[in-house]
Ligand binder design. Structure first.
Ligand SMILES: [Zn+2]
Length: 495
């Protein structure tokens, strides 16, 4: 029974009062600091900084990968198998809006992460008027003696990697971005190829020549890439198996092809030096898979991203007092969620296990069919291919699923596959109607769904471990990542 105790009552009032006062007194530090000057760090400066960016990766992308892995190793046990970085001791979350919209793009958000400034979608390291340039943290760190590495699974001139070395008013100026890569003086570029090999004028010099004349070695065979080390000088390692200038989707990658993790491992070997290094690593194909609403491809690329983070964590274990690892994202993509109207409270991740290829690989199959079967086409002709790619048996589809797929097949076989009305825009976006519908059917069977073929405005997670990691907890604006990293590396000695 409750017994009234006067002295305890007074003590409680004093404790609550003190708590309230300290809460209000603490307000100015609760993430509302306005500039880099207000980020205070007095700890040790890390010599090695890893910045991982899962492009388009928010909580659903991370959690669906964990559920998929859990279902694979312990079927039916509802036991997620955590990715390595979700076990890190510090968790935060970022607001991602830019100067154009609550739904940003990679150019503006990577500018915020790299340079601590908001700008318009499409703009890289320049202000909204496109006249003033911003300096990414990599320039500052390079001046302090850090070597700089930039790795991505998409083109090296794509918006996210570009924000760590280039300043352009338009992210599509890939030739200009490539030229700025050449003059950056940064030490290691690895992963995807250049988007534009020659300039807008036909007579412009090849981007490879420009990069080599600037003193870079271009390694574009597996043998050349594997032979690189910290005596190789400045290098650009271009994936020899790239498909349309990006690494293959992880689900399509052959075992002998280099993975994102291989480019991180090689980066450590190239950059290793006594003064330290900064490496930005982008899992860019997570974003592409989510644009296409291909949940299985997203899951595989999120796992590949985690494998690349594990390489950095091995390095951290060897240098625990000198290393900081940050894992975050630029924005969400696709509005992926775990849940679907027809599956209610259940999920069936086992339905994703038989999927063997990305929508992109299946597109090659369906296009070949279209070219060779122009007269009297039938969806059933593709039933074996659909079974092999998605594990879907056409005979077991519900009538709703069958009608969706038959309509998609008819649209795909027609002369005009671009959407011609709002309904087709919702159903297919700008994707191949057949493969995107197959993705939707398999996603929905698993209990997953998407709301968009574009990015969304939901926050993204931050995970941190190592020296300075305690700075990254809380919920704050994405520009603060730059401010915090600047504070942490402020006292690094200049060369
Ligand atoms: Zn995107």
């Amino acid at each position: 029974m409750f017994k009234r105790n006067h002295s305890k009552g007074i003590a409680s009032i004093v404790v609550i009062g003190t708590l309230l006062i300290s809460l209000f007194a603490a307000q100015p530090n609760l993430g509302i600091a306005k500039s880099a000057k207000e980020e205070v760090y007095q700890g040790k400066t890390p010599k090695y900084v890893f910045m991982f960016i899962g492009d388009g990766m928010s909580y659903a992308q991370v959690s669906s990968a964990e559920m998929y892995l859990g279902e694979k190793s312990l079927p039916g046990k509802l036991s997620p198998e955590q990715l390595s970085f979700t076990k890190y001791p510090v968790h935060g979350a970022l607001m991602t809006q830019d100067s154009s919209s609550f739904i940003p793009d990679s150019a503006s958000t990577a500018t915020s992460l790299a340079s601590g400034q908001k700008t318009l979608s499409g703009v890289i390291n320049m202000d909204e008027s496109k006249t003033k340039t911003y300096s990414p943290i990599t320039e500052n760190l390079k001046a302090k003696g850090y070597k700089i590495g930039i790795v991505t699974s998409v083109p090296i001139t794509h918006a996210t990697p570009a924000a760590y070395y280039a300043k352009v008013a338009n992210r599509n100026d890939a030739y200009e971005i490539g030229k700025q890569l050449a003059t950056s003086g940064f030490d290691y570029f690895g992963g995807g190829d250049f988007d534009q090999k020659t300039g807008p004028k036909g007579a412009d010099q090849s981007i490879y020549e420009i990069v080599e004349q600037a003193g870079y070695t271009i390694a574009n065979t597996k043998e050349e890439i594997l032979a690189l080390n910290n005596r190789s000088g400045k290098v650009v390692a271009i994936d020899p198996d790239n498909y349309e200038t990006a690494l293959d989707y992880e689900i399509d990658r052959e075992a002998e092809e280099l993975s994102l993790a291989d480019y991180v491992k090689k980066g450590i070997e190239v950059l290793d030096n006594k003064k330290g290094f900064f490496m930005m690593v982008e899992g860019g194909k997570i974003d592409w898979a989510n644009h296409a609403n291909d949940a299985t491809a997203s899951i595989y690329d999120t796992i590949a991203f985690d494998n690349s983070v594990k390489v950095a964590f091995d390095f951290y274990n060897a240098h625990p007092k000198d290393t900081l690892i940050l894992v975050t994202a630029d924005h969400e993509c696709g509005g992926m969620t775990i849940g679907y109207s027809l599956t209610g409270y259940s999920t069936h991740f086992e339905k994703l296990q038989p999927v063997t290829m990305s929508y992109q690989e299946f597109d090659k199959i369906s296009k070949q069919y279209k070219e060779t079967h122009p007269a009297n086409p039938k969806l059933e002709d593709l039933s074996d291919k659909i079974k092999g790619a998605y594990g879907l048996d056409l005979a077991t589809l519900t009538s709703y699923e069958s009608s969706l797929l038959n309509n998609a097949f008819t649209k795909f076989m027609s002369s005009e596959t671009k959407p011609s009305n709002d309904q087709e825009n919702v159903l297919y976006g700008t994707y191949n109607p057949l493969s995107v519908t197959l993705s939707h059917i398999i996603n929905n069977k698993a209990g997953l769904s998407f709301s968009s073929y574009s990015h969304t405005g939901v926050p993204v997670p931050v995970y941190a471990v190592g020296t300075g990691s305690e700075m990254f907890g809380g919920y704050y604006d994405n520009t603060k990542i730059y401010n915090k990293l600047s504070a942490i590396t402020k006292s690094a000695r200049a060369k």
